[in-house]
Design a protein around this ligand. Structure first.
Ligand code: IPD
Ligand code: CA
Ligand code: CA
Length: 272
C-alpha cells in the first residue's frame, strides 16, 4: 500500500479521506515538478523587493490545481500565484495552496522548501498536507484524526524548558518596516532557548514542529497559504497554535506562534 493509502485508511474518516487522498496526490505531483526543475537554470521574477517567483512556483501551481480539479471537481481554490495580495476568508470548503513555499531557497539551490495544501471549511483546516520534494517527506493531517509523516504517526516534543528548546522563526518580506520588532523578538528569545533556526519555509517549519524536530516557531506577516496546512499538522500532532499573545489563531491573521503546547505560555511571555 502506498503512503497516501496507508494514511487515509488509518485516518478512518470516510468523509475527509477523499480530500486527504486528493491533497496528497496533488502535493506529490507539484513536488515532483519542483524536484525536476531544481538543478536546471531558473526563470526568476520579482514580486516585491526580495520576494521571488520562479517557473517552478507557476508550474507547480498549474499542476496542483489541475490535479485537485480532476479529483474533486468544483471546489473553490485559493492558490498563492493567482490569489492576489489580500485574500479574504473563504466560506465553505476551499483548497488553500502554496505551490512552492520557500521560493528563495529553491532559487538559491538550498533544498528546504515544500508544497502546502489545506482543505478549509469556513477557514478552518480539515485536511493539511505539506510535501518536501527533496527529502521526499509527506506530512499529512486530518482534523480529529492525527498527523503523519509518510506512513507513521507523528507528535510534538515534550520539552518543558526553553533552554532545551530548538525553535524557528522567519523574517517578513517587508523587513525594513519590521526590523525593530524582529530584532526585539530575537533579543528576547535567543538568550533563553537552545538555539534558533531561520530555514526559510514556514510550512516546513510548522511540519517540523509537528514531528518534533522543532519545539516552536513564530513569524509575522504570513499568508493563509503559508500556514493553513501546517497549523492543522501542529494541532493534530498535539501542539498549540495562537497569535503572539496566545489568542486563537486564524490563517488570515498576520502572526503565528506554534509550539509543542508545553512551552506555549513561555513563548507568549517572550514575544509580548
Ligand atoms: C515564504 C516562506 C518564508 C517566510 C516568508 C514566506 P514563499 O513563502 O514561507 O519562510 O519567511 O514570509 O512568504 O514566498 O517562499 O512561498
Ligand atoms: Ca509561502
Ligand atoms: Ca510560495
Amino acid at each position: 500500500m502506498n503512503r497516501i493509502e496507508t494514511i487515509t485508511s488509518q485516518c478512518g474518516d470516510s468523509e475527509l479521506a477523499p480530500f486527504l487522498r486528493a491533497a496528497g496526490r496533488a502535493a506529490l505531483t507539484g513536488g515532483s515538478i519542483i524536484r525536476q526543475l531544481y538543478d536546471k537554470p531558473h526563470t526568476i521574477e520579482m514580486k516585491g523587493a526580495i520576494n521571488l517567483v520562479t517557473e517552478a512556483d507557476l508550474a507547480s501551481e498549474t499542476a496542483i490545481v489541475a490535479s485537485l480539479n480532476e479529483d474533486m471537481p468544483g471546489l473553490a481554490i485559493m492558490a498563492e500565484e493567482s490569489a492576489g495580495d489580500a485574500p479574504e476568508e473563504p466560506r465553505g470548503r476551499t483548497w488553500i495552496i502554496d505551490p512552492l513555499d520557500g521560493t528563495t531557497n529553491f532559487a538559491h539551490g538550498f533544498p528546504f522548501f515544500a508544497v502546502s495544501i489545506a482543505l478549509v471549511d469556513d477557514a478552518l483546516p480539515q485536511v493539511g498536507v505539506v510535501y518536501c520534494p527533496m527529502q521526499d517527506e509527506l506530512f499529512c493531517a486530518c482534523r480529529g484524526k492525527g498527523a503523519w509523516l509518510n506512513s507513521g504517526r507523528i507528535s510534538v516534543t515534550t520539552t518543558r524548558f526553553p533552554v532545551e528548546a530548538l525553535v524557528a522563526t522567519g523574517f517578513p518580506y517587508d523587513i525594513h518596516a519590521r526590523l525593530d520588532t524582529v530584532l526585539q523578538q530575537l533579543r528576547s528569545v535567543l538568550p533563553k532557548v537552545r538555539d534558533i533556526r531561520r530555514a526559510g519555509a514556514a510550512a516546513v517549519d510548522l511540519a517540523y514542529v509537528a514531528c518534533g524536530r522543532l519545539d516552536g516557531f513564530w513569524e509575522m506577516d504570513l499568508k493563509p497559504w503559508d500556514t493553513a496546512a501546517g497549523w492543522l499538522l501542529v494541532e493534530e500532532a498535539g501542539g498549540r497554535v495562537t497569535d503572539f499573545a496566545g489568542n486563537p489563531y486564524s490563517a488570515f491573521l498576520p502572526e503565528i506562534l506554534a509550539s509543542n503546547s508545553a512551552l506555549h505560555d513561555r513563548f507568549v511571555d517572550m514575544l509580548t
